[in-house]
Design a protein around this ligand. Sequence first.
Ligand code: KG4
Ligand code: ZN
Length: 353
Amino acid sequence: MSVAPRPVGAAAARLVLAIETSCDDTSVAVLERGSRLRSHLIATQDVHRLYGGVVPELASRAHLELLPPLVSRALEEAGVAPGELSAIAVTRAPGLVGSLVVGVAFAKAYALGLGAPVVGVNHIEAHLHATTLEHGDSPFPAVALVVSGGHTELVEVRGFGLYRWLGSTLDDAAGEAYDKVAKLLGLGFPGGPAIERRARDGRRDAFAFPRPMLDRPGFDFSFSGLKTAVLTVVNRFTPPYGDAFVADVAASFQAAVVETLCARTLRALEATGARALNMGGGVACNGELRERLGAVCDSRGIAFRVPSPRLCADNAAMIALVGAWMLERGDTTNLDLDAAASLEESGLPLLND
Ligand code: KG4
Ligand code: ZN
């Protein structure tokens, strides 16, 4: 019996099945030649709404149940037989380790069964480039702002694999602050969309919440002080809170977050001479943030590239894209691939200058 040679380089990137299970969304995509999305499915795990936040153990179990049927369905929608796949890409870091392990174990077993290569993708690196799926290749240098429930990252991107980390949050991520404030106001989980909705009827200047870190040099963020300031205001009253009060808190909180993100991002754009701003992460769905950052970029002739909501949030399409680029670059792929929880141990090479 002859064994087909394992595809490498461009051949491996021809038809990639990608798997994303880093947090509470199970997602699968099939991407052809790094640009044509043949199918893309995202199964959101509603169970976490019951607990007001992501419960890691429940997320892993839900991934286990959802992933196999989702893979079958994604292949069906793409019109692709498993044997036609040229490679498997999977999120390997960072994220909830129990959730990552489910995707990584599945990807390795599936790849082994097909005799196809498997490549482990960094989730944050994928967010940095997600916008390319809709807007085409980015001009460089670019600044990427990734704002999600787990991350607030400002990165200078000089090309694929060429990253200089500018800043991160020192405590809560932007999305985490949204979720915690929504919980305080009794708005449920996830908090971002609920706060944005309520903020439309509120006054942005009703409460003078702090704009954390703006008086400090550098590009880091901090949102826990803002959360405490909101808590102090909310604790002056007893629930249930009136609609007008909730709207005012939501609008004033959102104004503080958006202004902070805009000021830091503008500083990063100016410091790097960026030609583009690439956004990613669930908070990038926020209308006020998109509008204000769009205006900042427009007035300076900087390309503003923000994906549609589906590609802002956790999704396998962006994993397929970066996986395809890695395969094209000839990255070695092997079955001792392992999951890693933190960005620090995720092995992303960084520029220091
Ligand atoms: O990227 P994502 O789907 O998952 C990860 O956290 O990795 O982001 C989810 C986060 C949640 O914290 C959610 O509240 C926030 O994104 N979010 C928003 C909006 N939509 C989602 N935050 C502000 N405004 C929104 N419209
Ligand atoms: Zn994410």
